[in-house]
Design a protein around this ligand. Structure first.
Ligand code: ZN
Length: 297
């Protein structure tokens, strides 16, 4: 079992801890398939909702909160029934706006694995206003069921009444709906091509800055993050942070990173270049490689 779980697993009911322990190998990155969830529910004799709340200490173990030291864990359940854990991520030596919240981490985890709708979100602390706004950007966001310890389950619309969201800005393909842009770039570099593919899946309806980051580690593993904008702008999730959150879920560290590529459209109204370089400089010494791509026809 990974060391980061050894303390947290003691907070689980004993039958659930025994059932989930075999999953927490060195390869575990916070993903639990629907079939595995069913098996865990059977072995622990728990109803799924109760079990997911009980698993939150494991999600919180994925957190990196050097500033707040407040460990938040979240689990997003997709329409496929699969579970995606996420946790908060804070960057030392940078602005607090570079932070990733646990709910954003879990949702982006689901998005990177191809989920097109989230149906449940389980969190160990009440979602902050920023996260309520981020969740509201998703496909059927207002209907997503929010599960909290010692609280009745309620849809997001209960937590975010009178919401302002993508519909108010005439967006018909909200976050998690299939995006397929047509950026192109001339390069034989595999990392650049991977960043191009991810940027073409990114969500930037407000600025048109379709973009993505791809990181490579010293041992050749690759992690991608896509830009995810928000109708309220500030809760947007940066691609570097999305990729970094994924790398950390795989139990790697910033010092394992050897290359980072940011690719963005040359036709957007904004650029993520400076903010991304700044965030990267606060986590490691790797220099940001920057590529501009052209929109296709
Ligand atoms: Zn939050």
């Amino acid at each position: 079992m990974q060391a980061r779980f050894t303390h947290r697993i003691t907070q689980l009911p004993a039958p659930l801890a025994a059932a989930v322990a075999p999953l927490l190998t060195e390869h575990f990155s916070g993903f639990i398939s629907q079939a595995q969830l069913q098996q865990l529910a059977q072995q622990s004799q728990m109803a799924q909702d109760e079990m997911l709340l009980a698993l939150l200490p494991l999600a919180a173990a994925l957190a990196n909160p050097p500033i707040s030291e407040f460990y938040v864990g979240a689990i997003a359940i997709g329409a496929t029934g699969n579970a995606y854990m996420g946790a908060n991520l804070e960057l030392n030596n940078n602005a607090l706006c570079q932070t990733v919240h646990a709910e954003q981490s879990a949702i982006s985890h689901a998005w990177l694995r191809g989920e097109q709708r989230i149906v449940d979100l389980i969190v160990n602390a009440s979602p902050c206003g920023h996260c309520r706004q981020f969740i509201n950007e998703l496909v059927d966001g207002e209907a997503i069921r929010i599960h909290l310890p010692q609280q009745a389950t309620q849809p997001l619309s209960y937590y975010l009444p009178f919401a302002f969201g993508p519909k108010d800005l005439n967006i018909t393909m909200p976050l998690l709906s299939e995006q397929q842009h047509t950026l192109h770039v001339e390069s034989d570099d595999e990392l650049v091509q991977l960043a191009l593919t991810q940027a073409n899946y990114s969500y930037a309806p407000y600025s048109g800055n379709y973009s993505a980051v791809v990181m490579e580690t010293h041992n050749g593993q690759r992690f991608a993050g896509r830009y995810a904008e928000n109708a309220a702008f500030n809760p947007s999730m940066m691609p570097l942070q999305m990729a970094l959150a994924d790398l950390l879920r795989y139990n790697l560290e910033a010092k394992d990173i050897s290359r980072v590529v940011l690719l963005e459209s040359n036709a957007g109204k904004i650029s993520l270049r400076d903010a991304t370089a700044s965030a990267l400089a606060s986590i490691c010494d790797v220099k940001l490689e920057y590529i501009q791509a052209k929109p296709g026809c």
